[in-house]
Design a protein around this ligand. Structure first.
Ligand code: MG
Length: 257
């Protein structure tokens, strides 16, 4: 990972970013980070949040934040607010989502019984497609090895599983943040993501960002990305952690105009 100061931001037209501990800092959205997002959007960059957070949050984000769209639940859905209304798009049809939701409850019971100290994530009620197990948000922090154990139980149940800085998310269905971002670009912007990937910067912090780190040549990790073992690391790293790192990326891109 090279220092951010070596990133050439000319030609970057879209900024895609994770939320938890990428835009936020120790769980809070600072005015400084939000303002950086607003400045990017006002400068004409396409801004897209790409998160493991639930549909309920995405409804709010798509409506109120300075973003062009939000990809949520690790790629199960994207929402955008356009022409005065909220549009919701899902990876799976309604019948599949309903069937999968029933199976999630069973896996949740198994995990809560087998991994002491975990809990259902407090935002589980606002999720439409996935199971989020808290290992570091409202429960006393568990070691990463426990989080990886939860992911293993999910995979044994036939789910995809990814770690964020706070939750382990599991879902039935063959998608991730990258697959849904491809779909968003194709359906809403008439763009082939492979063709424009050099015009995109992706900013993240943890293993659920790895598919994006591996795909985008301009991928940036905020400083805390170093604590994880991952299949793919970002090309650049910021000095600041969380939102402070996000602000450094925004400043770098805006100075490159
Ligand atoms: Mg994160």
């Amino acid at each position: 990972m090279r220092p951010l100061a070596e990133l050439d931001g000319r030609g970057v037209r879209a900024v895609l970013f994770d939320i938890d501990e990428t835009l936020t800092t120790a769980g809070k959205l600072t005015a400084h980070a939000y303002s950086a997002l607003e400045r990017l959007h006002a400068a004409g960059k396409r801004t897209i949040a790409v998160t493991g957070r639930p549909a309920g949050w995405c409804d709010h984000i798509a409506r109120m934040w300075p973003v062009d769209a939000v990809v949520g639940e690790n790629g199960a859905l994207y929402f955008l607010f356009t022409a005065g209304r909220l549009e919701k798009h899902y990876r799976e049809p309604p019948q599949t989502r309903a069937r999968n939701r029933e199976r999630l409850a069973e896996v949740a019971r198994t995990i809560l019984a087998q991994v002491p100290g975990t809990a259902l994530a407090s935002d589980q009620a606002y999720r439409e497609t996935d199971l989020a197990i808290d290992y570091c948000e409202d429960v006393p922090p568990l070691p990463l090895v426990a989080a990886e154990g939860i992911a293993t139980l999910m995979r044994a149940a036939g789910m995809h599983a990814k770690l964020s800085s706070i939750h382990v998310n599991g879902w039935f269905g063959d998608y991730d943040k990258l697959a849904m971002t491809r779909q968003l670009f194709r359906e809403q912007f008439a763009m082939d993501l492979d063709g424009v990937r050099a015009e995109v910067v992706y900013i993240g912090d943890s293993p659920n960002d790895a598919p994006m780190f591996g795909f985008f040549p301009h991928s940036v990790g905020v400083a805390s990305v170093r604590r994880y073992a991952m299949p793919a690391f970002p090309s650049w790293i910021t000095r600041g952690a969380g939102g402070a790192g996000f602000v450094q990326v925004a400043d770098r891109l805006l100075a490159a105009r």
